[in-house]
Design a protein around this ligand. Structure first.
Ligand code: BUP
Length: 458
């Protein structure tokens, strides 16, 4: 009956880019009075993940936590630690069946990460509940994912792909790991993609106002026959209850003292640590631009392994002295509360790697983006900023991470061009209005989520 409560199980994968949207979705479901079970693969790769999980469980004590104790990955090569973790989680999914089949009240639905389709599918089917993936990128990228096995054959002979409602995706924008025949990620894509037709649906952290044509094409079966419904539920609203427990902190205090819209916030995501010569060029570029900046600098891919606490160690003493002398910028090595920074009125631009969560957060807070896509889906995301909202730019000749050394002069010029162009602010403001509308009462994403929950209660 409709008085029943829906019980939803959620299974995220590795890295903040996957965990954060799952926790935001979990919070939304709690606010809609669902009963939520969160499966937590242990141990996590980064401290950032374990910290966020503890904050989440203290803010939402009603959420049922199930630990998934991971078996080791089968790969030992010096691959990306987050990809190794994807593999370890995949290898441990068979442990889920006893955990999930004995839940009380019984499950009404199961939402799992986009990287777990093959191993979870038989379990979700055996339990017999409607099950969905959360695809943690754009609708455009989902088009690419669902067509990939067909395209992969001819990938080396083609210049690129057409995505409905989106610009032409040239070959140089395709995630490099998908072109590498031995990459774990490519194998995973090839194995999982044909199985999307077996799902009950696909959830996306996007909204109809910015990707309407792409979503319509997907839902009309134009790309893949028998594709299940694709539901745009975003942008996932950052949740003060678990993400905003530390409202102070040096970066925010510093921002309070800066003029309105004057600061460029610089952050290349939780998984990228650039080479130190590239980091120094960025510092040089920031200083050359003459604009104020707040720079989150990561010296290591995995925060647990980052032992170098001093800035001089990575930036070099000379650059640190220049930054101090100019007195226009702040550099931090610690995890910051990006949500609060983007929400701060002193921030006028975001120099970003265009991880999808960052792009959606910038949209939600109306901050224009200067994109520097470094890996994965980020070039497609950067192009989204340009062509689906017009709230920023990216420099297509900068290449992937480490492809070439991008000089301070180029970076400084790009920052000047970007920060001086008022039109991006106006565009970002429009995107923000559309984003807010989508998630408020009567908005497209809000309605989409509500319909799903009603179906689960039946
Ligand atoms: Br770094 C950093 N504080 O210091 P993306 C990141 N974040 O709040 P990624 C902080 O982590 P993938 C920090 O707001 C966003 O929600 C940020 O996700 C937050 O990029 C998340 O932007 C980062 O998708 O993941 O980390 O590279 O590669 O999976 O996109």
């Amino acid at each position: 009956s409709s008085s029943c409560v829906a019980h939803v199980a959620l299974l995220p994968s590795a890295g903040m880019g996957h965990l954060t949207p799952f926790l935001r979705l979990a919070a939304m479901l709690c606010h809609h009075h669902c009963h939520v079970t969160l499966i937590t693969p242990k141990p996590t790769v980064s401290n950032a993940e374990s910290n966020l999980l503890s904050k989440f469980f203290s803010a939402f004590p009603q959420v049922n936590q199930l630990n998934l104790h991971l078996l080791p990955s089968s790969h030992t090569a010096n691959a990306d630690p987050f990809f190794l973790q994807f593999d370890a989680i995949r290898r441990s999914c068979h442990l889920l069946h006893p955990l999930l089949s004995s839940l009380s009240p019984p499950l009404s639905s199961f939402v799992y990460d986009m990287t777990l389709i093959s191993p979870v599918l038989p379990i979700a089917t055996a339990i017999g509940v409607p099950h969905y993936i959360l695809f943690t990128s754009s609708a455009s990228m989902f088009c690419f994912f669902s067509c990939f096995p067909n395209a992969a054959e001819s990938i080396s002979d083609r210049d690129g792909f057409d995505i409905p409602g989106f610009s032409y995706v040239s070959k140089s924008w395709i995630p490099p790991q998908l072109l590498d025949k031995n990459a774990i990620f490519r194998k995973l894509f090839l194995e999982d993609s044909p199985k999307v037709t077996k799902l009950h649906g696909v959830f996306l952290n996007t909204f109809e106002e910015v990707e309407s044509k792409t979503l319509e094409a997907l839902n009309a079966g134009e790309l893949v026959k028998d594709l299940p419904p694709v539901h745009a539920l975003g942008p996932f609203v950052p949740c003060y209850e678990f993400e905003g427990l530390c409202e102070t902190g040096e970066p925010l205090k510093w921002l309070d003292e800066q003029p309105h819209g004057s600061v460029l916030y610089v952050c290349f995501g939780s998984r990228t640590a650039l080479e130190s010569n590239q980091i120094r060029e960025i510092g040089d570029g920031l200083l050359r631009s003459g604009f104020r900046f707040l720079w989150v600098m990561k010296g290591n891919k995995v925060d647990k392994e980052d032992e170098e606490k001093r800035l001089e160690g990575v930036l070099g003493i000379e650059l640190v002295e220049r930054i101090i002398k100019e007195n226009k910028g702040m550099v931090v090595k610690e995890w910051v509360d990006q949500r609060q920074i983007l929400d701060h009125s002193a921030v006028g631009g975001f120099f970003s790697h265009c991880g999808w969560n960052s792009v959606m957060e910038a949209a939600f807070y109306g901050v224009p983006i200067l994109g520097w896509p470094l890996a994965g889906d980020q070039k497609v995301n950067a192009e989204f900023v340009v062509s689906n909202g017009g709230f920023g730019i990216w420099k297509k000749d900068w290449g992937w991470e480490g492809e070439r050394l991008v000089r301070g002069e180029e970076i400084g010029d790009a920052i000047k061009e970007f920060m001086s162009d008022e039109s991006f602010f106006a565009k970002a403001e429009q995107v923000k209005m559309a984003a807010r509308k989508a998630v408020s009462v009567g908005g497209s994403s809000k309605i989409n989520l509500h319909k799903l929950i009603e179906e689960w209660k039946k």
